[in-house]
Design a protein around this ligand. Structure first.
Ligand code: ATP
Ligand code: MG
Length: 246
């Protein structure tokens, strides 16, 4: 499989602290869905922010499609879309459609192209019937899908999601899962940071396990299921995993 994203010995520390990301070397294949897990404070969110270019690593490299983009923050920012955990709190538009268009308008993308992308993303995320609604009036799952749509519409090469199931009820989680399944189906490369691995386990191709800012394991999700508990991640039963799949 072709590698789309690769880091080598990426490290980061806050001025006052010891290293919170330590020599992170990971690789993500094109079209893969990768789970990033580890206990609270293990560095999941920081790693996503570093990849996106919101933090500047003090050491190491980040490559996309084989090109070293460690210093090309702008280019990396364009290639990588990040959906924050509370992304829906930042929705400002009067309608779902306005919110989806927001980033495109900022870039002065021409109207025909805007329309094409709105339609495509709405269809992919099952938002077509909600385009005229006010974002604030939507359910949690619907709002989360709009937040994903707002990032996806910028057509990033890689989509990163930070805790996409947080604060959602069962129905909301099911909706977000269905959206992620259809994104994966359409070939989008996805990295999901979560400790609720049972929910998305059956969609995942690879699992990266973090502990105190270090990668302690990376490989087949099923093979690593045995060890997750050692690193503070609850190990789901196979029945639980099955109950979330389909
Ligand atoms: N602004 C900051 N200043 C100093 N330390 C920070 C800052 N942000 C995060 N950290 C520290 O970096 C470490 C990793 O944080 P991070 O948010 O990446 O963890 P996480 O794996 O996403 O955890 P969670 O599961 O709680 O979301 C933690 O020890 C945290 O205290
Ligand atoms: Mg986090």
């Amino acid at each position: 499989m072709k590698t789309i994203l690769e880091t080598k010995e990426l490290s980061f520390s806050f001025p006052s602290k010891k290293e919170v990301l330590r020599e992170i070397s990971i690789s993500v294949g094109e079209g893969e869905l990768v789970l990033l897990c580890g206990e609270n404070g293990s560095g999941k969110s920081l790693l996503l922010r570093a990849l996106k270019g919101l933090l500047s690593p003090i050491k190491g490299t980040i490559s996309i499609e084989g090109r070293d983009l460690s210093r090309q923050i702008k280019e990396r920012n364009r290639a990588i879309g990040l959906v924050f955990q509370d992304a829906e709190t930042q929705m400002v538009g009067q309608s779902v459609e306005r919110d989806l268009r927001f980033g495109l308008e900022n870039l002065k993308i021409e109207l025909n192209e805007q329309n094409r992308r709105v339609e495509e993303v709405a269809q992919l995320l099952n938002l077509s019937h909600l385009l005229k609604e006010r974002p604030r009036s939507l359910s949690g799952g619907e709002q989360r899908r709009v937040a994903i749509g707002g990032v996806l519409i910028m057509e990033p090469k890689i989509l990163l999601l930070d805790e996409p199931f947080a604060n959602l009820d069962w129905e909301g989680i099911k909706q977000v899962l269905a959206s992620l399944a259809s994104l994966k189906e359409s070939g989008v490369t996805i990295v999901v940071a979560t400790h609720e691995i049972e929910k998305i386990f059956s969609l995942s191709d690879s699992l990266i396990l973090l502990e105190r800012g270090e990668v302690v394991a990376q490989g087949s999700p099923l093979a690593l299921l045995e060890v997750v508990e050692r690193y503070g991640v609850r190990r789901p039963t196979l029945e639980e995993i099955a109950s979330w799949s389909n």
